[in-house]
Design a binder for this molecule. Structure first.
Ligand code: C2E
Ligand code: CA
Ligand code: CA
Ligand code: CA
Length: 270
C-alpha cells in the first residue's frame, strides 16, 4: 500500500515536472512569435439578427507554429503571465487596423488586463492605429475583471480612449462578479452577453436572465451583442428579446481575412 502511494507520488511529480518544462518551452517559443511573424488574426462576423448583415468583425489571435494553428486558449493565459501580452496584443491591433479597410466594417480587438494596466496604453493604441484607419472603426473589448483590477485607473483610460474616438465593449459580461453599480459607472458603448447565458436561453430562467441583461443594456443606452449563438432556437429567442447584434458559429465562424472579406451579404440562416 505504502509502496503504491510512493509510486503515485513519483508519477505525479514527474507529470508536474513535464508540465513545467513544457510550459517553459512554450514560453520561449511564444517570446519569438511576434518577431517571427507567427501571430495571425482571424475575423468573426458580428451581425444584425434580423437582416444578417455583418455590422462588425471581432479580431481573434491565432499562433501559427510549425504549420499548426494554435487557438488562444492554449497560450494566451501563459503569454499574459509571462508579460508577453502587450507585444502580442499590439501585433493583433496593428494587423486588425490594417485589415479594417478590406473588411469594410468596424473591427473589435481584445485588450488583455496587462495591456489595460500599462501606463502608456492609450499612447500605444494611438500610435499603432495612427492613420491606418479611422478610430471610429476600432472597438476595444475589455473584460470586467481587467476594469475592476484598478477601477479608477481603468475609468480614466476608457474615458481617454472614447474621447479619442474609439468604442469600448464590455466583454464576457456577467461572468466576473462585478457589482452593477460599478458597471453603470464604466464608460462603454457595447455590452457583450457571455456565451454561458446564451447556452441557457431556452430555459425559462436562462431566458429571464438574458432579458434582464438586455433591459439593463438599453436602460444604460448601450448596444448589446449576444456571444456564442449556435442554434436557430437561440437566435429566435434573441430576436424576441430584442438583442441588437449576435455573434456565434451559427452566423459565422472566425476566418482568415481572405474568407472574411468575401463573406456573402444574405446568409442562409436569415
Ligand atoms: P472572447 O473574446 O470571448 O472571443 C470569443 C471566443 O468564442 C472565440 O474563441 C470564438 O472563436 C469563440 N466563439 C465564437 N462563437 C462561438 C460559438 O458559437 N460557440 C463556441 N463554443 N465558441 C464560439 P477564440 O478565438 O478561441 O478566443 C478565445 C479567447 O481568447 C477570447 O474570448 C479572448 O478572451 C481571447 N483572445 C483571443 N484573441 C485575443 C487577443 O488578440 N488578445 C487578447 N487579450 N485576448 C484574445
Ligand atoms: Ca472578445
Ligand atoms: Ca467574449
Ligand atoms: Ca468568452
Amino acid at each position: 500500500e505504502a509502496q503504491e502511494q510512493q509510486r503515485q507520488v513519483a508519477v505525479y511529480a514527474a507529470d508536474l515536472q513535464e508540465i513545467r518544462s513544457r510550459r517553459a518551452r512554450l514560453g520561449r517559443l511564444l517570446t519569438g512569435a511576434v518577431t517571427s511573424g507567427e501571430i495571425e488574426v482571424h475575423y468573426q462576423p458580428v451581425v444584425d439578427p434580423h437582416t444578417g448583415r455583418r455590422v462588425k468583425a471581432e479580431a481573434l489571435a491565432r499562433w501559427r507554429h510549425h504549420g499548426r494553428l494554435h487557438p488562444p486558449d492554449e497560450w494566451i493565459p501563459l503569454a499574459e503571465r509571462r508579460g508577453l501580452m502587450p507585444a502580442i496584443g499590439e501585433e493583433v491591433l496593428r494587423i486588425a487596423a490594417r485589415d479594417q479597410v478590406r473588411l469594410g466594417c468596424p473591427v473589435a480587438v481584445n485588450v488583455s488586463p496587462g495591456q489595460l494596466a500599462a501606463p502608456d496604453f492609450v499612447a500605444t493604441v494611438l500610435r499603432i492605429v495612427g492613420d491606418s484607419c479611422p478610430r471610429e472603426r476600432i472597438v476595444l473589448e475589455i473584460t470586467e475583471d481587467a476594469i475592476m483590477a484598478d477601477f479608477a485607473g481603468a475609468l480614466r483610460v476608457l474615458q481617454e480612449l472614447r474621447a479619442a474616438g474609439f468604442s469600448i465593449a464590455l466583454d464576457d459580461f456577467g461572468t466576473k462578479y462585478s457589482s452593477l453599480s460599478r458597471v453603470a459607472q464604466v464608460p462603454f458603448d457595447i455590452l457583450k452577453i457571455d456565451r454561458s447565458f446564451i447556452q441557457r436561453i431556452e430555459d425559462e430562467q436562462g431566458r429571464a436572465m438574458v432579458a434582464a441583461i438586455q433591459a439593463l443594456t438599453h436602460a444604460l443606452g448601450k448596444v448589446s451583442v449576444a456571444e456564442g449563438v449556435e442554434t436557430p432556437a437561440q437566435l429566435t429567442a434573441l430576436r424576441e428579446i430584442g438583442c441588437d447584434l449576435v455573434q456565434g458559429f451559427l452566423t459565422g465562424r472566425p476566418e482568415p481575412i481572405e474568407a472574411a472579406e468575401l463573406a456573402t451579404e444574405t446568409p442562409s440562416w436569415v
